[in-house]
Design a binder for this molecule. Structure first.
Ligand code: HEM
Length: 261
């Protein structure tokens, strides 16, 4: 049972502090995961072969003698991230304005205070709301199609399955939410903050801005490359990427065809 601290007849519960800690912990893991996720997705910028290598690696294909992957590995990874995502969202909902009136008061006070960190908090609430819906759609699709990640299948999802508008909005929401969240964590728990509070705050803000721009640029470029591949592959949508397709095609051709070449 939850221990209550009794002091002058006021009972203080430790639950809110623990929920706050859990929210910070899940936020930290998800924020760092998103940086890794973006770099893995951005391997498409190095070519279809690189993205395919990453996708197969995530399926632990190096463990099988045939080179076939294990989509179950991706399934369990997505399940883990999805669970954290839901827990983090549930913990975050506690801090949402719960009525239009509350929201209006917050907006009015923001207008009066013109306080940078309060504005950042508001951006986090709005982006959290967006991510709650769009992130769930993406995670559900990944959960139910764990073996369907390769340069063509991913690009087909972006173009032929019309996921690009969702990814575009989600990308902005996730990058703003993630970097603001990590900045607020540093301020809250005193990470990377020196003796001079003001100077450290400015320094962290500068890093937040740089990281947002970096990950947004990488994400937008990756989305552009997926879109180009997806448009070119539209007529063969749903066909897998074959790394050695050209060599195999020549090998498979009838002998007389090969002789005439
Ligand atoms: C283990 C969990 C996850 C896996 C396996 C995964 C996988 C992928 C893959 C393969 C793509 C490339 C496009 C596609 O194939 O459809 C992608 C793109 C994307 N994912 Fe995830 N994802 C995961 C979690 C998340 C989460 C939690 C978010 C944010 C809430 C997210 C946001 C995005 C965004 C914004 C893009 C578009 C990136 C771009 O090209 O700019 N993903 N993801």
């Amino acid at each position: 049972m939850e221990r209550l601290i009794e002091n002058d007849n006021v009972k203080k519960s430790r639950i809110p502090a623990r929920l706050d800690l859990a929210q910070s912990g899940t936020g930290l893991v998800l924020g760092l995961f998103m940086w890794v996720h973006m770099m893995l997705v951005a391997s498409i910028l190095l070519g279809k072969g690189s993205f395919n290598f990453v996708a197969k690696f995530m399926e632990l294909s190096f463990l099988s003698s045939t080179g076939e992957g294990f989509p179950a590995a991706v399934f369990f990874a997505v399940l883990g991230v999805f669970t954290l995502f839901i827990i983090h969202a549930l913990l975050g909902v506690r801090k949402f304005p719960i009525s239009w009136k509350q929201h209006a008061i917050i907006r009015q006070q923001m207008g009066m205070m013109k306080h940078d960190d309060t504005n950042l908090w508001y951006i986090q609430v709005v982006t959290a709301f967006i991510m709650f819906f769009l992130g769930s759609v993406h995670l559900f699709i990944m959960l139910t199609h764990p073996g369907q990640i390769d340069p063509y299948l991913s690009a087909d999802r972006v173009i032929s399955s019309n996921m690009w508008p969702l990814y575009l909005i989600l990308l902005f929401a996730v990058e703003l939410h993630g970097t603001i969240g990590l900045y607020r964590l540093c301020m809250k728990w005193g990470w990377f903050t020196g003796d001079d509070y003001r100077a450290s705050r400015e320094k962290l803000k500068m890093w937040k801005k740089r990281l947002t721009i970096f990950f947004l640029t990488v994400g937008l470029l990756a989305l552009l490359v997926f879109s180009i591949i997806g448009i070119r592959h539209k007529d063969q949508a749903g066909e897998r990427y074959m790394p050695h397709a050209t060599v195999e095609a020549v090998d498979a051709a009838p002998a007389d065809e090969q002789d005439t070449e």
